[in-house]
Ligand binder design. Sequence first.
Ligand SMILES: Nc1ncnc2c1ncn2[C@@H]1O[C@H](COP(=O)(O)OP(=O)(O)O)[C@@H](O)[C@H]1O
Ligand SMILES: [Mg+2]
Length: 524
Amino acid sequence: MCTSATCARRSRSAPRSRVSSSPSAAPATASGPRRRMRLSIPLGLRPRLVGGLLLTSAATLLAAALFLLPPLEQRLRTDQLASLTTTAQTARTSFVEIDRAGARPGSPSLRRIVEALERRAGARALVVAGSGRVLADSSPGPSVLAPALDAVRSARTVRRVTSSPDGSVAEVATPVTIADLRCALVLVQPVQTAQSAAGVVRRAFTIAALIGLAAALLVGMGIASTLSRRLRGLHDAVGRVGAGGLEQDMPHDDARDEVGALTRAFAAMQGRVRRQEEARRAFVATASHELRTPIASLATVLELTEDDLRQEPPRLAEAVDGVVRARRQSERLAALARDLLDLSRLDADVALRREPVDVAESCRAVLSEFAERARERRLALGLEATAPAAMQERGHALADPVGVARIVRTLVENALRYTPEGGSVNMEIASRGHEVVVSVTDSGPGVRPEERETIFERFQRGSAGQGAAGFGLGLAIGRELARRMGGDLRVTDGPGGGARFELALPVGPQPPVGAASVDLARTA
Ligand SMILES: Nc1ncnc2c1ncn2[C@@H]1O[C@H](COP(=O)(O)OP(=O)(O)O)[C@@H](O)[C@H]1O
Ligand SMILES: [Mg+2]
């Protein structure tokens, strides 16, 4: 602030020096090598994917062949034996009417029976006596005495499959009694029938396997080509961003798969870094602009004061006035420097402490700092704690004590600044779920709904701030600090139309027993 005279003189003599508005703020990303990266991968995604798919389908088909074909063959063989057994057992009744004369080798009645059986069952049929003599044989061939004698001896049906160089043979011998003579009816059938059925399945299986492998190859190549094309696009885009800076466009990929997600994540990251970069540039530009004005005005005030002191006699009253204004300007500069330092610390991600903070004690300390100013502005300033019993247990937040005090100080300072004289500023501490909430309510003009988010942005001031000193940094720093501590800083309507700012902090553990307990009902 300056009088018209001083302003006129200031325009004549104000230092022209400017704080550089970030000429060197070239994006860090642009400093990378300009050369475009080439994608040279010895064993790329496509051969791996196709190979993997082929291998998997081959393994699947092999496993299916191993686990499917042998049981199938076994099953066919069992079925063949079962069907021969049924035929043999039902054929037993045919021998009932044969008399003793018919029970001899070469008997025509036996011959008829075995030939009929051969026609019906498609199997060689024999009748073997217990002595081992063959009484009838539909089509003579290798000896089948062993199962026949086994059946006669055990009086039970004998079934087996024998293997010879000519192939496997299914043999079923069932005991029959022909006119008191204990004999065996034997049915012999090559297992070729079963084998040929299994052969058909095997051939079908091989064709299916080949078709499956070809399909796997085609699908694999298709997927691999698409994937590698998309990945190459992403790779090229990342290379372009690395070489040419954040302004380069990232490809759009709406696919709901990992590559799509990766592309979108890159685009989101690029957007975030771009916004951070813009915020950084805006910060440097605004900060230098904000610093320039108070520094220039301080220089002017000091120059005028020097002039006043050099007069004969010195104009002491004006000089004192100048010193007072210079002090105010330097306080304003100190506050700005403090805010800028805090911001740069936040931007540099300086770690905050995490320890139990006695919130009520912190608040009380801050309130006592402002007691004098509240009296000057005839404002009632107080601390109220709801649910004091609960607060005894949960009044501790897990936070950075300096950060907490910094936020509370900003809230009280704002409330005192924006509340007209004669009003009131009240502070409450309450425990809500897993949060300790400090709220500062005032009887001032409140915050307009459309400004409730913007006032938390850097260098943004609301309508209440117009005309008052300030840089629009306090709430931005406060919210960022609160969120870094795992809490939040929000604004709502106060009960009488004023503003109500709420600082929520995560509840922390109790400090060790013996620490002074706080009387929360006490008023600051
Ligand atoms: N208690 C309050 N009552 C009304 N408006 C407020 C209050 N506190 C903050 N504001 C609004 O929020 C803006 C941003 O506050 P802050 O970040 O502390 O910056 P500054 O106080 O320097 O303007 C203020 O300009 C003002 O419009
Ligand atoms: Mg402020």
